[in-house]
Design a protein around this ligand. Sequence first.
Ligand SMILES: [Fe+2]
Length: 270
Amino acid sequence: MTEDLRIGHPIIDTDHQRLFDIINNFNTLSVSLSNETRMHETLKALYRYGEEHFQREQKIQIDCGYPYCSTHAAEHKKLSDEIAGIATDFFIKKSKPLDRDAIKFLNQFLEDWIIRHVKKVDMTMEHYVVTTMSSGGDGGSAVERFASLDMVALVVDAGAASRDMLCRTLIRMGVTIVLEADGIVDGMKKCMGDPAPDFLVIGSGLEFQKFIGTLRSTQAAYVAALPAILAIDPADRVAEDVAAACGMQGAFLKTQTAQEISQAIRRCLA
Ligand SMILES: [Fe+2]
């Protein structure tokens, strides 16, 4: 991200950098049309992180007395809808061919999408946010990030809310693609699929011992050796010992802050 696109607020600028990273990753993947699934997952990551960033940005706007909050929120909604529309047309309905011309269009569109918004719309809040700078609680800046920009994680958790929280935390940590599964069967399928995950985060509400047993005895060596971390519900604290006994890389409590969870995940994977 170039200097002229910096707003001067650390949380907003970090978020914008992350959106640029995801778009650059899409650009890299699109060199080969055979990366269609990964391109789709990257657009999903862009949509998800975009939504989270827009909410965070809107909260900062309210806190600092920015007078154009509702117009700006409408612009954010339009941006999210545009990404969802592209993902649907090219990767779900496949109503438009994903050929070289389409890829050229998509890369140009994504670059315009972010630059146009940051330059023309976000810059209007520069004066307000910079003069009212505050760290603001969890805010999004404190999460520990991964050094690599090309990571795929798989979250297997039966609870929609906690699964979403885990996915969002991983995206904030810099994971490019976060896959989700709500049970063991789908989880195993995604372990063997494309894109292949680099590590797993598994909710303790599942029969995780059975899952890890199946995983470790899989024929494919890469899948059998996948690092797996347990995300424990407060009611299942005993699960921490069980996780270590069945060969998982570590465990953390789900009810911690995003910062604490990110630190625990980094520790488990070190
Ligand atoms: Fe914005």
